[in-house]
Design a protein around this ligand. Structure first.
Ligand SMILES: NC(=O)c1ccc[n+]([C@@H]2O[C@H](COP(=O)([O-])OP(=O)(O)OC[C@H]3O[C@@H](n4cnc5c(N)ncnc54)[C@H](OP(=O)(O)O)[C@@H]3O)[C@@H](O)[C@H]2O)c1
Length: 292
């Protein structure tokens, strides 16, 4: 990864920090986003490879669209190239929280944030292609349904249902993104990291998290193992040119039947574009490159 620049969102802990550390060890210039300046600086020191360049940090609450837009502008000003964008930020909340934009937090942070950030950085990725967009989903996608009539759980709420939906949205987004980026040299893939011992769900845990936590050291992967698929999809020569695929345990796998529904993918794209205020049809254009 020498000479390549990688951006990992949510790089202060868990899978994101381990992914950033793994990619820095492979020689990449690494930047992370974080919502807390102190945690960001501490994580950057841990991520930096011996003798490698300092890790750059970009601080903002990514549940707020104004912050994502500010971060996007700062990233474009600071990073002359972005070879890999790892959309890792995300979480689980048992109760319904509303962001400063008036949106449900799980849907906003897990789906709309990578959707908007990818739009903001797409031009930079395309300019420097070949480049990769890697989005961290979950096998919870298999239980997910996109409820277009109640996307934000206003009528009926379950934290698990909201999480499952957001992780299916990551996959529908990635498959549609891959189709829209066809011919640009930028690939889009999505993955399940495994069940990983992190800060996941700790702010507002559900019953499953509370039951599993005492057994976490026995049944869950370490963050380093949980980051292996993200690192593989972000860096492996085997994945060069591969696009629109779902990975688990560093291998391509089939995702849920619903995730291949192109009508749902297009509809979700249009609805999401409306919610973040981007043009659903022209936002991802850039110089076209030959894929031959
Ligand atoms: N852990 C698992 O078993 C598992 C399984 C499948 C998929 N995943 C997925 O893996 C990804 C990473 O999760 P994780 O398990 O590593 O969780 P984690 O330890 O909670 O890490 C989440 C990261 O996101 C950051 N973050 C959270 N809310 C934010 C906000 N509003 N603005 C900016 N940054 C924010 C956190 O920052 P702070 O340091 O400030 O908290 C942290 O760096 C998520 O997309 C999750 O859905 C996890």
């Amino acid at each position: 990864m020498s000479g390549r620049t990688v951006l990992v969102t949510g790089g202060t802990g868990g899978i994101g920090k381990a992914t950033a550390r793994g990619l820095a060890a492979l020689g990449a210039r690494v930047a992370i986003t974080a919502r807390d300046g102190g945690r960001a600086v501490a994580a950057a020191a841990e991520i930096r490879a011996p003798g490698g360049p300092p890790v750059e940090v970009f601080v903002g609450d990514m549940s707020a669209q104004s912050e994502v837009r500010r971060l996007g502008a700062e990233l474009l000003a600071a990073l002359p190239r972005i070879d890999v964008l790892v959309n890792n930020v995300g979480g689980f909340w048992n109760s319904r929280h509303v962001t400063s934009d008036g949106l449900e937090l799980t849907f906003a942070l897990n789906h709309l944030t990578p959707f908007l950030l990818t739009h903001l950085l797409a031009g930079r990725l395309i300019e420097g292609a070949p480049a990769r967009v890697v989005t961290v989903s979950s096998d919870a996608q298999r239980l997910g349904r996109i409820d277009f009539d109640d996307l934000q759980g206003e009528r009926s709420w379950s934290g698990q249902r909201a999480y499952n939906q957001s992780k299916l949205a990551n996959i529908l987004f990635t498959y549609e993104l891959a189709r829209r980026l066809d011919g640009t040299g930028v690939t889009a893939n999505v993955l399940h990291p495994g069940i990983v011992r992190t800060g996941f769900g700790a702010e507002d845990p559900g019953r499953i998290q509370r039951v599993i936590m005492p057994f976490a050291p026995l049944v869950m992967k370490t963050p380093e193992r949980g980051a292996l698929t993200s690192i593989h999809v972000a860096s492996s020569p085997e994945v060069e040119g591969v696009t629109g695929r779902f990975f688990a345990n560093c291998r391509p796998r089939r995702s849920s039947r619903r995730s291949y529904d192109r009508d749902d993918a297009r509809r979700l794209w249009t609805v999401s574009a409306g919610l973040v205020g981007v043009d659903p049809d022209t936002a991802l254009t850039g110089p076209r490159r030959s894929t031959s």
